[in-house]
Design a protein around this ligand. Structure first.
Ligand SMILES: O=P(O)(O)OC[C@@]1(O)O[C@H](CO)[C@@H](O)[C@@H]1O
Length: 704
């Protein structure tokens, strides 16, 4: 029997259901986003096997197929369906016995349970850890209501072993059958188009007959220590690969805290909360004004920068030279090496991009993204996807997200740490000279163009192009030359629009500026100088550094890098130290904040933004400054627009005024006059990728 005593009972209002008291699980505060699968690991089923029963929303008949239930993937492509309820008194369920329909309580009708309608839009069901039918039903309804904001009815799942396969209207299960199919957990599975339809030759997502997860439910006799498993599973069994999750070994055995006998309620709460956190985020998409929209770049064309990057550079310059080269003598490396070797082999074989496995709050989002490119390989998948994916796989292989690490707050090693430290060390001379020269300008509103230029050209010192030992940023003369030549190397310059906006913000007492940072090292210091100026000159009350949540693109900055750079530079007594000490004060006061949304380390176009992040930026940001080439590629959706397509027409979608500071390091762009691009091309055959040319691009907010 479930350890019901472990549930602290709390009352829950749930329309239309006789209310007992319910466990005080956190199900009432589920995010509106979909949940992911929560399944028991070792279901001690009272019957040989079970099947999931899903009623396709457009099927009038409750007819179900018990062997393998096929549903039109089009109905569910981005939806979740959950499977069957907990124990429910048959007499209470007046709707179709096989329908797990989302119901809109606003339009109740006589034929369905109170608070339920059959206008299903998505299929979810909560499986109750409570043995009492009425309580279980109310629990299920409350969980699903909190997750979907819809009132739900749940109905018993037939024991498939006795289910006829005639596809006819199955009669309602007997009370005994309903009683037998006790359930205890939620199973919600994303579905999508399958590239490999079943023998029925229909492009439906198959819910596998032998799918070890779908359709299972727990018997009542669930041992207390049996934790739920959080398993994110690819959309259908053809890509199926069990992913492991915190507290569970790769074979799915409970490990660590889970094994040490967490109460079921805690396990369930942890599992459900984790599931909610792991559910794919709801993305708000816009479409650039400029048309037509080109297809995304891939890495399939030999001789292109993308092809060279994904077929050679990522192995030679990133994995071999930095990931292996900098870390092979680390104590932890031997454990990670097999996974890194497998990753390296996949790249060289141009294998399909497999789903992300293991821990991480971004796993569901990643696998939802990858599912959009079924069969995509390292070269054939969109370049932006494959390149960001590389670094997410390195994070997986090195278990970046172990021990509860989410963004570097735990003492988990950064495989690029040595590279970043060397980058900063090689830049100290330049930084000392810069700090000495800028100390008088920090509070000068007329100096904004200088600090923007500094941040722009700081991007040239990109460790993936110029390793720290290249000495490029180490001599201040080199950077002087960069700044001096900046006007000729600028192929688009919207600085005037930006300084006007900054003056407007000053007149209003300062706004909140988001700085989507790029590389640690020299570039991050120029970003800190820019942020120092924005606050010091009154344009911003706060600068929010949008940092990465895991090591990526070799030198992209994490929150820990921001703080480590400030601490390192604040040592000593030179000009750089005094500037860095002020940065430290700004961090402490909140004038400098760091935020690590998973979004920035994922290959979304900038017009595909999580609803919550979009609303947050729209409602609170005065200016979004986007640094670097990879983020610029994101702003363009990594598509080769016409080089002279107006930037404000391509980037017409932003939630707030958008400023991109980019040195060109990839073969795409826009908003550049032909005269300038012709000049660049005639004088520099690698002008699109060598970082020597730049743009300052500005577009107003979408609703302006
Ligand atoms: O975003 P950053 O750091 O400015 O540059 C990132 C990036 O330019 O590095 C690679 C070149 O090495 C490109 O594939 C990618 O766009």
């Amino acid at each position: 029997m479930l350890a019901v005593a472990a549930f602290n009972r709390a009352s829950v209002a749930s329309p239309g259901f006789r209310i007992g008291s319910l466990p005080s699980l956190a199900y009432t505060n589920f995010p509106s986003s979909n949940l992911t699968k929560v399944v028991p690991l070792r279901p001690s089923l009272p019957f040989a096997s079970s099947r999931c029963h899903v009623k396709p929303p457009l099927t009038a008949s409750p007819a179900m197929r018990s062997q393998t239930t096929l549903v039109p993937s089009g109905y569910f492509s981005s939806k979740y369906f959950a499977i069957w309820p907990g124990p429910v008194k048959v007499s209470e369920a007046r709707s179709s016995y096989w329908a797990y329909d989302a119901h809109n309580a606003a339009t109740a009708s006589g034929l369905t349970p109170v608070g339920a309608q059959t206008t299903s839009t998505s299929f979810w069901a909560a499986l109750s850890p409570l043995p009492g039918a009425a309580d279980a039903t109310a629990f299920c309804a409350a969980v699903m209501k909190s997750a979907t904001k819809l009132a739900w009815s749940v109905v018993p799942r037939r024991d498939a072993a006795t289910d006829d396969d005639a596809g006819t209207n199955a009669e309602a299960p007997s009370a005994a059958q309903a009683r037998r199919s006790r359930a205890a957990f939620i199973v919600i599975v994303p579905l999508a188009e399958t590239s490999n339809p079943t023998s029925n030759a229909s492009p439906w997502a198959e819910i596998g007959a032998d799918d070890a997860d779908a359709g299972f439910c727990l018997s009542e006799s669930v041992p207390v220590e049996q934790p739920a498993a959080l398993v994110t599973r690819p959309n259908n069994r053809y890509q199926q690969r069990r992913a492991t999750t915190p507290g569970l070994s790769s074979s799915g055995e409970a490990t660590g805290r889970a094994r040490r006998g967490m109460h079921t309620s805690q396990a369930l709460l942890a599992a459900i909360t984790g599931a909610a956190a792991m559910a794919p985020t709801k993305i708000r998409s816009a479409t650039p004004k400029f048309a037509p929209m080109p297809a995304m770049l891939t890495s399939t064309v030999p001789g292109t920068w993308a092809h060279d990057t994904m077929s050679r550079r990522v192995v030679e310059d990133i994995l071999d030279k930095v990931v292996y080269g900098d870390n092979s003598d680390a104590a932890w490396f031997s454990e990670a090496k097999p996974s890194l070797d497998a990753l390296r082999a996949e790249i060289l074989a141009d294998a399909e991009l497999r789903p992300i496995e293991g821990a991480g709050e971004d796993v569901a989002d990643w696998n939802a993204l990858l599912a959009k490119y079924p069969g995509g390989t390292w070269l054939s998948a969109p370049w932006l996807v494959a390149e960001f994916y590389l670094y997410r796989r390195v994070a997986e292989a090195t278990q970046w997200f172990r021990d509860g690490n989410t963004r570097g707050e735990q003492n988990i090693e950064d495989v690029f740490a040595k590279s970043k430290q060397a980058g900063l060390a090689s830049a100290t001379t330049t930084l000392e000279a810069l700090a000495a020269r800028t100390v008088e300008l920090v509070c000068d509103a007329k100096a904004s163009a200088f600090f923007l230029s500094l941040a722009l050209w700081g991007n040239r010192m990109d460790l993936s192009l110029w390793p720290a030992d290249a000495g490029v940023a180490s001599s201040s003369e080199a950077f002087d030359q960069v700044l001096a030549s900046s006007s000729e190397q600028l192929l688009a310059d919207d600085t005037e629009q930006v300084t006007q906006l900054l003056d407007t913000l000053r007149a209003k007492g300062g706004g909140v500026i988001d700085l989507v940072v790029d590389n640690a090292g020299f570039e991050l210091c120029t970003d800190l100088l820019l942020a120092d100026h924005l606050v010091g000159s009154g344009a911003a009350k706060c600068v929010r550094f949008r940092v990465k949540h895991h090591p990526t693109f070799v030198s992209d900055a994490l929150e820990r890098d921001v703080d480590a750079h400030i601490a390192e530079l604040a040592k000593g007594d030179g000009a750089a130290a005094s500037v860095a000490k002020r940065w430290g004060e700004r961090r402490a006061s909140g004038e400098f904040a760091c935020v690590a949304d998973t979004y920035w380390a994922m290959p979304y176009a900038l017009w595909d933004v999580p609803e919550t992040l979009y609303d947050h930026l729209r409602d609170s940001s005065s200016l979004i400054i986007v640094k670097g080439d990879a983020n610029y590629r994101r702003a363009l959706g990594d598509r080769p627009w016409p080089l002279d397509a107006p930037f404000a027409d391509v980037c017409s979608y932003a939630p707030a005024p958008l400023l991109c500071l980019r040195t060109l390091k990839a073969e795409l762009g826009c908003g550049m006059a032909k005269q300038g691009t012709d000049r660049a091309a005639s004088s520099d055959e690698t002008w699109l990728t060598d970082g020597r040319w730049g743009v300052v691009h500005f577009s107003p907010a979408a609703d302006e």
